[in-house]
Design a binder for this molecule. Structure first.
Ligand SMILES: Cc1cc2nc3c(=O)[nH]c(=O)nc-3n(C[C@H](O)[C@H](O)[C@H](O)COP(=O)(O)OP(=O)(O)OC[C@H]3O[C@@H](n4cnc5c(N)ncnc54)[C@H](O)[C@@H]3O)c2cc1C
Length: 416
């Protein structure tokens, strides 16, 4: 069996580590943070949502983006400052409009496949992650957007998803907490939600118990090869010292989120990830009225492009917005405010005096499809670029990558 070095301890890196351990490989997971899941897998929207599988490569997203370009509180925002990476990425995004239907259906299939893996891992390893299995309800406020959603729905249904149109009053029965004049909804009973950070930390512990090595505070600087792969990293030590450490491995799996593009270039591959920023707020439900007034069914408001998750009795997560502004991680008040205002409008019983804001960067490919599988060099693999659906898809892509690694590296061993 082989030893794999995995770069990145976000959701993609940890699910990959677990899938490899299950197949009898040994793994070392390297991350520049002291703990797992401290970047994009920290406080996302929480949705395990096959129902959100629609890729964004279509003309309506482009036209909406153009309309919103100068509106500071719009769901989609772009910093127009010149950047070769941003504009070339956007050009590639547009060139993938022809793949819109195919990629939406494929993403749906992948999301459905991921569920069973994720649920069974959580059960087997006893990971509690505030999992709520009450479905996801997409809500619409007018007839044209509902009609368009029905067209999108046909692609999701083709991918195997059970997702039904519901009237405004049926939507209210499914989730009575929502206030406002709804037009209708689409309900997916099989979708669910949970805390990605809790899950990732729990799964990292399970991996350690199964023999995985974790090297934290380890910034990977170089990858070279002379027979084995040699991964060079600067490791922080207590007292502020730093050591250069080399990890040797038979293969390397790049699960480094935004940094995957940089590592791919080092390894002779092109993985064109762009950071698409988003924000979340975690509303602490500290009194009875707030706990009662917050929804349990997860929502996606199509007009505001906002998703929600109930994380146990005491927390309510609200997330959204897409911002094209490079590697900027600043938490901007004018981007957080629309999430708070939306919460107040739809759930007037919820107090918003204790709200924790967060910003994360989605590692997005221009065709919105994750990159999972082999690189050009033997022994190089990727599980990355999951964009807005890393929580939803990782458990499935990790299985595919682990199978690919097993068949390729085991065939090398038997040939040797
Ligand atoms: C606002 C928002 C809401 C979202 N909502 C949802 C949702 O509801 N459902 C859903 O499915 N998805 C959602 N997503 C997307 C999802 O969170 C991401 O796709 C996923 O977390 C990405 O995981 P990752 O492992 O690829 O990256 P990360 O979690 O960022 O992990 C990459 C890791 O690589 C490490 N790394 C990078 N460079 C180095 C280096 N040089 N040396 C060592 N380590 C390195 C980093 O430290 C990091 O820990 C949302 C994202 C955002 C921003």
């Amino acid at each position: 069996m082989s030893h794999l070095a995995i770069i990145g301890a976000g959701i993609t890196g940890i699910t990959t580590a677990y899938a490899l351990l299950e197949r009898g490989h040994s793994v070392t997971v390297l991350d520049r943070h002291r703990y797992p899941a401290m970047e994009t897998s920290f406080a996302n929207g929480g949705q395990l949502s096959a129902s959100n599988a629609e890729v964004w490569n279509n003309w309506s997203t482009i036209f909406k983006g153009l309309r919103w370009i100068l509106k500071r509180d719009a769901p989609l925002l772009m910093n127009p400052a010149p950047s070769w990476h941003k504009y070339s990425w956007l050009a590639e995004f547009v060139s993938n409009i022809s793949r819109y239907r195919h990629n939406t259906t494929e993403t749906t299939r992948l999301a459905i496949a991921a569920r069973q893996h994720l649920f069974s891992i959580a059960e087997r390893e006893g990971i509690s992650f505030d999992h709520v299995r009450r479905g996801i309800l997409h809500i619409y406020w007018d007839r044209p957007s509902f009609q368009r959603a029905l067209e999108v729905n046909s692609m999701l249904v083709k991918g195997g998803l059970d997702r039904r149109p519901v009237t405004a009053s049926e939507a209210r029965c499914i989730e009575p907490a929502v206030h406002g004049d709804l037009y209708g909804g689409l309900y997916t009973p099989s979708d669910s939600t949970g805390d990605i950070h809790k899950f990732s930390v729990g799964l990292a512990k399970a991996c350690e118990q199964r023999g995985a090595q974790f090297l934290f505070d380890a910034n990977v600087d170089s990858i070279t090869r002379s027979g084995m792969f040699r991964i060079g990293c600067t490791v922080g030590r207590a007292g502020g010292e730093q050591n250069l450490t080399i990890v040797e491995a038979d293969g390397v799996v790049v699960c480094a989120g935004l940094a995957s593009r940089h590592f791919a270039a080092m390894l002779g591959d092109r993985v064109n990830i762009y950071p698409v920023k988003g924000y979340s707020i975690t509303v602490h439900l500290e009194d009875e009225s707030s706990r009662h007034g917050a929804p349990w069914v997860s929502l996606l408001d199509d007009r505001a492009k906002i998703v929600t998750s109930r994380l146990g009795d005491g927390r309510f997560r609200v997330a959204g917005t897409a911002e094209f502004n490079g590697m900027n991680r600043d938490i901007r008040h004018d981007r957080i405010k629309p999430l708070v205002d939306w919460t107040r409008r739809l759930f007037p019983g919820v107090e918003t005096n204790r709200v924790v804001p967060w910003a994360g960067l989605r590692p997005m490919m221009p065709d919105m499809m994750p990159r999972f599988g082999k690189g050009r060099q033997r022994g190089v693999y990727y599980n990355t670029g999951h964009g807005h659906l890393g929580w939803t898809l990782s458990a499935a892509t990790a299985q595919v990558v682990a199978d690919t690694i097993s068949s390729e590296l085991c065939s090398t061993e038997s040939a040797a």
